[in-house]
Write a protein that binds this ligand. Structure first.
Ligand code: NDP
Length: 237
């Protein structure tokens, strides 16, 4: 456990799943945490009450709302962009508006919020994005657009790491594999298929991802930047 007392953390997409566990972890380690939610009001309010974190409604498809929420949370020491949706299926029949919405959340919001967070971030700050192992490997049909949104984060962090390195701000992507959440339940219909391509044939947990966030945010990780941190049970091995 790292002591993040005196540090301000901001998690975009913190109401459920991996994001909620990141909020819990950083708050338990002493950070002052603020997080956004879009649709899950009750879960966000419960989480805020349980952790002492502050919940802000801001839909990631609304650039002005995301920029304002990020600005108001600043100066941010630890910025985590976790919000994401997965639209999967036959590319010939998927609704183009759904794909564009996914691009808005998974790429556009991730970029604009990261840059806004960096604007007032103190030297030595941390920018951490939650990508996916599908940026490295797409072994199934129906995942082209989702995987594209996550591989975009790879070059984003490579570039932003260069842009902000002189301020000792690190910028990294964590790339989970199948992780037990609403998005991808460990007992879901596709679980066996996913496990068939993994070295460790089980879903990971949101706690594993949150532990990685905590490490990257710690002083020990000051030299890790512009890098992909894959935690996928060997999905991409
Ligand atoms: P969940 O569906 O369980 O949770 C998604 C989170 O994103 C919620 O907090 C949700 O908030 C938020 N969110 C969704 N849409 C918006 C929006 N328009 N604006 C703001 N916030 C939004 O997903 P996971 O916890 O599983 O996923 C978290 C991240 O991890 C995503 O980026 C996902 O792509 C990535 N990931 C997940 C994997 C998995 O197997 N679970 C594997 C690899 C990567 P609300 O409910 O309030 O709208």
């Amino acid at each position: 456990m790292t002591d993040f007392s005196g540090k301000k953390a901001f998690v975009i997409g913190g109401s459920r799943g991996i994001g909620a566990v990141i909020v819990r972890r950083l708050a338990s380690e002493g950070a002052s945490v603020r997080f956004t939610w879009a649709g899950s009001r009750t879960k966000a309010e419960d989480l805020a009450r349980q952790t002492g974190a502050e919940a802000i409604q801001a839909d990631a498809t609304d650039r002005s709302a995301i920029l304002a929420a990020t600005r108001e949370a600043g100066p941010i020491d630890i910025f985590v962009f976790n919000a994401g949706i997965c639209i999967a299926g036959d590319p010939l029949t998927l609704d183009p508006d759904d794909i564009d919405r996914m691009i808005d959340i998974n790429i556009r919001a991730a970029y604009h919020a990261s840059v806004e967070a960096a604007r007032s971030m103190p030297d030595g700050g941390r920018i951490i994005l939650i990508g996916s192992t599908n940026a490295n490997r797409v072994p199934f049909t129906g995942l082209a657009a989702y995987s594209m949104t996550k591989s975009a984060l790879q070059s984003m962090v490579r570039g932003l790491a260069r842009d902000f390195g002189h301020r000792h701000i690190t910028v990294n992507v964590i790339q989970p594999g199948p992780t037990d959440t609403d998005m991808n339940p460990a007992n879901g219909p596709l679980a066996d298929l996913m496990h068939s391509v993994m070295a460790i044939k089980e879903h990971g947990s949101a706690e594993d991802v949150a532990a990685y966030v905590s490490f990257l945010a710690s002083p020990a990780a000051r030299g890790i930047t512009g890098a992909m941190q894959t935690i996928d049970g060997g999905f991409s091995a």
